[in-house]
Design a protein around this ligand. Structure first.
Ligand SMILES: Nc1ncnc2c1ncn2[C@@H]1O[C@H](COP(=O)(O)OP(=O)(O)OP(=O)(O)O)[C@@H](O)[C@H]1O
Ligand SMILES: [Mg+2]
Length: 113
């Protein structure tokens, strides 16, 4: 199992959701996030001191999938979120140790899908 965490532009959420649906991925968690990447938002200088790293609004998606879904999940996000300009987002993929469906007590692949 893998946990996929994606930071995307908020205006791309609907098209990413659609692309995930088309790829057969329906379960996800979505939250608003603040973040910065390699451009560090912008810097402000106050009395000669570099003060602030600006945090920009992003959407964070968390998607837990079985291994065989990981690649198509990542591809769907990239295809739908990419504009080719800075700030398009980033995706992290992590091994996922366990998953429990609270209602039934199912675990692992039975619980995740
Ligand atoms: N190394 C990181 N660790 C944690 N979050 C990150 C990291 N890099 C990016 N993010 C998150 O992803 C969001 C989008 O990042 P962004 O697309 O600007 O990445 P980037 O590396 O600056 O690439 P680009 O040059 O295309 O802008 C950030 O606002 C932040 O929320
Ligand atoms: Mg950036």
């Amino acid at each position: 199992m893998k946990l996929i965490i994606a930071y995307i532009q908020p205006q791309k959420l609907e098209s990413v959701k659609q692309a995930l649906d088309d790829a057969g991925v329906a379960k996800m968690s979505v939250t608003n996030a603040l973040g910065c990447g390699q451009q560090k938002g912008y810097h402000e200088s106050y009395r000669g001191v570099d003060m602030e790293v600006n945090l920009l609004k992003k959407v964070r998606m968390e998607i837990a999938v079985n291994d065989e879904f990981a690649e198509k999940t990542v591809k769907a996000i990239i295809d739908a979120a990419r504009t080719g300009t800075i700030g398009d987002g980033k995706i992290f993929v992590m091994p996922l140790e366990e998953c429990y469906r609270i209602r039934t007590g199912e675990t692992g692949q039975d619980a995740i899908g």
